[in-house]
Design a protein around this ligand. Structure first.
Ligand code: C2O
Ligand code: CU
Ligand code: CU
Length: 495
């Protein structure tokens, strides 16, 4: 049975707790074990220390392995984790200091590592068919040439959604001196928020149900791997780096107090000026950074980070409308500030664009397609020259589905959406563009610095896997992404 989005939504209805059994071909909806929100403590994934460092490079090592962890109290969950944890450890690198990260595959399936947001050479970019087989390893080299909140995650062809869902995702932060010289909250007051939604069976195991390749929507909201955590904060400003690392869910964040989130950065770095907003839409793979100023609340205040209904999500439970809670518990002085000018974002000039291309994101029977086609590693759908400025029209013609479109290698700017100005917080450097229902988004980028083949795809990972992904090739003669730096069998020599 083919079911359109509209039909699916009308079957479900907003706020309805149960789907009609079998209508979306998944049998009766099984809700995850119920736990009380805001009882588990907030935590931050550990920061990974380099194995060693030399004049130019920091060397890291991460093993992908199965582990049994406690996510829901009292239940064990098998995950696939970087170093056996999910999210994986955070890597923080100074800008322009190279890193080499060795990924060792101790999992039963082949994996691929993509550092999302990094301008890596093709052989280190996590090309979907550049696999690390089980009992193999691969060293990835990253230039760290721009300060931003990035993330590393699996990218194995047709398996990405399940692999990331099993736990293969982690944050990667590049910092530079300019950013550190700003009076923004730092150190313990600079806090990652990796948001994911998952579903669990009554025994605690993860349930992967992509609803016959429509999308996966969990009913448990996790932040940094903890369901609905409670974070104790001081009455001062905090900087939060939010990453939507969910499979298919669009987040739509707001504070229960109705106060503003003060956005200071988008995917690929700081905005030119802070943007105040009541709600912040964070599509899959998007990153935004915002300040919350807790100084206006009395000690004892509890502020919930909410996620009100977003109509393109498929929800089976209203619990996804809450994400985490901040409890203001301590008095502290605060010398941080939110500067009026953060870091100028130079607009890429439209008049310098040498061509325009159009990509249509749509559906063709059971497949998700771009310009009518599925992935083919032997086909290149665009070939900008190195240094060329191009405008790309990203089109979601049909209603009913959103597609957060991610373009590898380059940082881009959003020109307009359906001819209108983008949201204020989207006016910075970005690599994912939220393509809402019946929307056309125009983006601009300067292609380079590397030549070679890079992917573009929808970051609804279920769409990406089946098969809304294509590639472009910058210039010609770039290194082949598959054969240039192949994974090698274990054991690995010391780093
Ligand atoms: Cu975040 Cu091609 O991926
Ligand atoms: Cu990417
Ligand atoms: Cu999509």
């Amino acid at each position: 049975m083919t079911i359109t989005r509209r039909e699916a939504l009308s079957l479900i209805g907003k706020g309805t707790l149960l789907l009609p059994a079998g209508m979306l071909s998944m049998g009766a909806v099984q809700l995850s074990p119920q736990i009380k929100p805001f009882e588990l403590s907030f935590r931050i994934p550990p920061f990974l220390q380099p194995v060693r460092s030399d004049n130019t490079t920091d060397y890291y090592e991460i093993t992908m392995q199965r582990a049994r962890v406690e996510i829901l109290p009292g239940l064990g969950t098998e995950i696939w984790g970087y170093n056996g944890i999910t999210p994986g450890p955070i890597i923080k690198q100074p800008r322009n200091r190279q890193s080499l990260v060795r990924f060792i595959n101790k999992l039963p399936e082949s994996t691929v590592i993509h550092l999302h947001g990094m301008a890596s050479l093709p052989q280190y970019d996590g090309y979907a068919e550049d696999l690390i087989p089980p009992e193999y390893y691969k060293n990835y080299i990253y230039p760290n040439n721009r300060a931003a909140t990035l993330w590393y995650h699996d990218h194995a062809l047709h398996e990405t959604s399940r692999h990331v869902y099993m736990g293969l995702a982690g944050m990667y932060i590049v910092e530079d001196d300019l950013e550190l010289s700003l009076p923004l909250p730092k150190g313990n007051y600079d806090v990652p928020l990796i948001v994911q939604d998952k579903s669990f069976a009554s025994d605690g195991s993860l349930v992967f149900d992509d609803r016959r390749r429509l999308g996966l929507y969990g009913d448990v909201m996790l932040v940094n791997g903890v369901p609905w955590p409670r974070m104790e904060v001081a009455n001062r400003k905090y900087r939060f780096r939010v990453l939507n690392a969910g499979t298919s869910r669009t987040c739509n964040l707001r504070l229960s107090t109705g106060d503003d989130l003060i956005v200071i950065a988008s995917d690929a770095g700081l905005l030119s000026a802070p943007v105040r907003t009541k709600t912040l839409r964070v599509g899959m793979a998007e990153r935004y950074e915002f300040i919350i100023d807790f100084s206006k609340y009395p000690i004892g205040a509890q502020i919930v980070l909410e996620n009100p209904i977003f109509s393109s999500n498929i929800d089976t439970d209203s619990r996804t409308q809450q994400v985490m809670r901040f409890d203001v518990l301590r008095q502290e002085s605060d010398d941080s500030q939110i500067p009026n000018t953060i870091r100028p974002v130079q607009p890429i000039s439209v008049s310098q664009a040498v061509r325009t291309r159009t990509f249509r994101f749509g559906r063709n029977f059971q497949d998700w397609v771009i310009n009518g086609r599925t992935w083919d590693k032997n086909r290149v759908d665009a070939n900008p020259g190195v240094g060329d400025i191009e405008i790309w029209n990203l089109v979601n013609a049909g209603g009913g589905w959103v597609h957060p479109v991610h373009i590898h290698l380059v940082d881009l700017q959003l020109l307009d959406r359906n001819g209108r100005a983008p949201l204020a917080y989207e006016r910075g450097w970005k690599d994912v563009f939220f393509l809402g229902e019946s929307q056309t988004v125009r983006v601009i980028a300067k292609f380079g610095p590397h030549a070679g083949k890079y992917m573009m795809h929808c970051h609804n990972l279920v769409h990406e896997d089946h098969d809304m992904m294509t590639q472009f090739e910058v210039g010609s003669g770039g290194p082949d992404p598959i054969t240039t730096a192949k994974a090698l069998p274990l054991p690995a020599p010391p780093l």
